[in-house]
Design a protein around this ligand. Structure first.
Ligand SMILES: *Cc1c(COP(=O)(O)O)cnc(C)c1O
Length: 364
């Protein structure tokens, strides 16, 4: 370690990255200190610059949109599918067609989000990316261990870059952490450089020939987004338990679904050819429910059940709202979701009595 250069990441970082590559099937993994950092440098590596346009899903954590803002881009949102809560490919298509026909700017990058651990309709989104010329950056912060068609989420079959989060509440943790997966050597190299101040030690990229061994060059403005060796050692041992975590979450989700049989309660639907990682278990209350979502949430909280709402539509956040750009009525599915959705407790090792308690509140 003492002889390695100060720009080099420790051996555990490489090992963790190799484990992520092997697990997902993508050629390159670049581990960083958070998924937010990963999304930021992924946007930069995909060429997002001031004045560019980036579209993401209206229902996500704010980081999915903020990443584009860090690059000086304009952000717009696409409405969700009312069954999967993922970016609706039909809504995306009609927004693209409308932009093209009215000669409004098309997005340089689109960021679909694997809500709750279920892959978006990547095949359809990839088709649109080819037709309309945007890059696909998949925010799979929820979905490590999930599958789509014949691949792991993260394989990058239909995405230019896929991002994972290793925050403590996500599928595996490194304390804080994130990673970018890609099939492009060029993108991976740019990500590595941006992770560490924009500096390179690769002589082939330098402005002088035969540099001294201590010589390095900063080629662009990068960041310190490095993850530590300690964190990656934890990540690697966590990754070995991922299958167990996914199985356990799916088992608890199936228990919820077989226990919460109320005709006014909509249960999560996992589409054909997908395995959800079930990072979140989200139900929705329809208009005929004997208690409102808010009443149910209050009752559950008072019984110590940690229910939550993932997420408030990003366009409703004051920071985004103040632009005056977004009309909630253009996102009808997101608005309905916001008024009706509730995330129930779900984590590996959760006692099944939690499910009975939730049932009891809903049945009362
Ligand atoms: C958690 C999360 C992030 C941010 O992850 P960090 O590792 O905390 O930066 C981004 N997008 C989504 C969808 C998330 O759930």
């Amino acid at each position: 370690m003492l002889t390695s250069s100060f720009l080099t990441q420790g051996p555990e970082v490489k090992l963790f990255e190799s484990a992520l590559q092997e697990f997902t099937g993508a050629e390159f993994a670049v581990a960083v200190n958070s998924a937010t950092s990963a999304l930021h440098i992924a946007c930069l590596a995909l060429g997002v610059e001031p004045g560019d346009h980036v579209w993401t899903s209206a229902i996500s954590f704010v980081a999915s949109a903020n990443a584009a803002k860090y690059c000086g881009a304009e952000v717009d949102f696409v409405d969700i599918d009312s069954e999967t809560f993922n970016m609706c490919p039909l809504a995306l298509e009609s927004k693209l067609v409308e932009a093209r026909d009215s000669e409004k700017p098309l997005p340089k990058v689109v960021i679909p989000v694997a809500m709750a651990g279920q892959s978006p309709e990547m095949l359809e989104i990839r088709k649109l990316s080819k037709e309309f010329g945007f890059k696909v950056l998949e925010d799979a912060s929820h979905a490590l261990g999930a599958r789509y068609r014949s691949n792991q989420v993260g394989s990058c079959e239909f995405s230019d870059v896929v991002v994972f989060s290793f925050h403590p509440v996500k599928m595996i943790t490194t304390g804080e952490g994130g990673a970018c997966l890609t099939r492009s050597a060029e993108i991976a190299e740019r990500l590595r450089r941006l992770r560490s101040h924009g500096i390179t030690r690769d002589p082939s990229q330098m402005s002088i020939a035969n540099p001294e061994p201590w010589y390095y060059e900063q080629l662009e403005l990068g960041f310190n987004y490095r993850i530590t060796d300690f964190q990656c050692a934890l990540g690697r041992s966590q990754l070995q338990r991922l299958d167990e975590f996914v199985r356990e979450r799916n088992r608890l989700a199936a228990l919820y679904s077989s226990s919460l049989l109320f005709d006014w309660l909509l249960l999560p639907k996992v589409r054909h050819e997908r395995l959800s990682s079930f990072h979140l278990f989200i139900v929705r209350f329809d208009e005929t429910a004997p208690l409102t979502r808010n009443e149910a949430a209050q009752k559950m909280r008072s019984r110590g059940l940690a229910v939550n709402l993932h997420y408030i539509p990003i366009y409703r956040q004051p920071y985004y709202e103040m632009s005056g750009q977004f009309d909630p009525s253009s996102f009808p599915n997101s608005e309905r979701y916001y008024s009706a959705a509730l995330t129930l407790p779900l984590y590996p090792g959760m006692d099944e009595s939690v499910i009975r308690d939730v049932h009891e509140v809903l049945a009362s």
